[in-house]
Design a protein around this ligand. Structure first.
Ligand SMILES: [Zn+2]
Length: 404
């Protein structure tokens, strides 16, 4: 094991060590070294020692846990018609939130200006400012270039290509690290953290106004070389179809099976629907036609997901987004199992996500925390604190985990 308190924090944060005895066993380090590292983490407020647990073999064991209340994450979850702004603790629990109607078609500058106002209001409600944050996480329905952190040719966000979102939001939260991710990637990570950390490979397909998937492999979000991994919405499924996709092509999966496509079909049947949200409302109202059209969409999605399942052989496939519902799941079941090899689905669970709309928010928190509390980041931060401490007296880093 490499050297530093950050590596011990990593074990605790990922549930691989919950007592001093566990740390001893997992690391093989001396008791003295472990004590020093845990003391550094305790002094920094990064971990908390819990109640004495039931004595085992006559020894009292105190639990160790990541301190999820040492700081906060501000999350901005941008969707096609609305944006959620939330403050979470470091475990992803929402402490305060607001939602604004902000159609992305208004363009990035206008939408982000409105988001900045809402961010200030949400932080104010909780009596917080930038100093109380360890990160700002932004999710959006677009592929995100991993190098630049900017949207990459997003069909659903006209005018947002390569827009500097982080730079636009940064002045509102000076010095706070910004993480930007695709919304399905974030939702996949949120579901993973909430209930599937034992699963080595997980896919979440998000079906809202568009379609995308998030892939989590070995506890890490996999977004590909250009941020395009899992972007199944633009796989051509009916090349001769008249259905025009928002990307400009004909016959993409999104053009026949997304919330936008289902809404268009329902509109032709006399319903008022333009977005995934409208379809969701009809599904929740128990409208049989909405259920029927959604199930048909599920069949098309299942066909494409079968390829993904054959590639990744995931332990879990989750369905999220506005259209996540029993009819969608039923449609997917009909085709996915038929189109995929039995070997690839034998141990696979196909089900609705646990978190619903909260998945992307929880996932953005996790992505921020994974970055800001990685072993490397924590070791660097504590070395800095140690150096400052020896020069200027004891430092008090709790609550301000990022070097500013
Ligand atoms: Zn397309």
């Amino acid at each position: 094991m490499s050297s530093g308190p950050g590596d011990v924090l990593d074990l605790i944060r990922h549930g691989r060590a919950t007592t001093r005895g566990d740390v001893l066993e997992v690391t093989g380090l001396s008791r003295m070294t472990i004590s020093q590292r845990l003391d550094a983490l305790l002094a920094a407020g990064m971990i908390v020692e819990g109640q004495t647990r039931e004595a085992t073999g006559g020894r009292r064991r105190r639990s160790l846990a990541f301190n999820t209340s040492q700081s906060h994450v501000l999350v901005v979850a941008i969707d096609t018609t609305h944006t959620r702004i939330a403050v979470t603790d470091l475990g992803g629990s929402v402490l305060v939130e607001d939602s604004i109607d902000a159609p992305v078609t208004a363009g990035p500058s206008d939408v982000l200006d409105r988001i900045v106002l809402a961010m200030g209001a949400v932080l104010g409600k909780q009596g917080l400012d930038a100093n109380d944050l360890c990160g700002l996480g932004v999710s959006l329905p677009a592929s995100v270039d991993p190098e630049s952190g900017r949207p990459s040719q997003p069909p659903m966000l006209p005018g947002w290509d390569a827009y500097p979102i982080a730079e636009h939001l940064q002045p509102a939260v000076p010095g706070v690290p910004v993480v930007i991710a695709n919304d399905a990637d974030a939702a996949g990570m949120g579901e993973y953290a909430a209930g599937y950390t034992q699963v080595s490979s997980l896919c979440l397909v998000k079906v809202s106004t568009g379609i995308g998937t998030g892939i989590v492999i070995g506890g890490r979000s996999y977004s590909g070389v250009d941020g395009g991994a899992g972007d199944i919405g633009h796989v051509a499924v009916s090349p001769r179809s008249d259905a025009l996709c928002q990307c400009g092509m004909h016959g993409c999966l999104a053009s026949v099976a997304s919330g936008r496509a289902v809404a268009a079909e329902l509109r032709a049947l006399g319903f008022e629907a333009t977005s995934g949200r409208d379809v969701k409302a009809l599904l929740q109202a128990g409208e049989p036609e909405a259920a029927r059209v959604t199930q048909v969409a599920g069949r098309r999605i299942g066909e494409v997901m079968a390829m993904m399942v054959c590639l990744l052989n995931p332990g879990v496939v989750l369905v999220g987004g506005d259209l996540a519902s029993a009819p969608l799941l039923a449609g997917m079941r009909e085709t996915l199992y038929r189109h995929a090899l039995p070997r690839a689905t034998r141990h696979m669970a196909l089900q609705l996500g646990l978190l619903g709309e909260d998945a992307a928010v929880a996932g953005m928190t996790r992505l921020v925390v994974d970055r800001e509390f990685s072993a490397v980041a924590v070791n660097a931060r504590l070395r800095l604190v140690g150096a400052e401490g020896s020069a200027r007296g004891p430092a008090s880093p709790a609550g301000s985990p990022s070097p500013r």
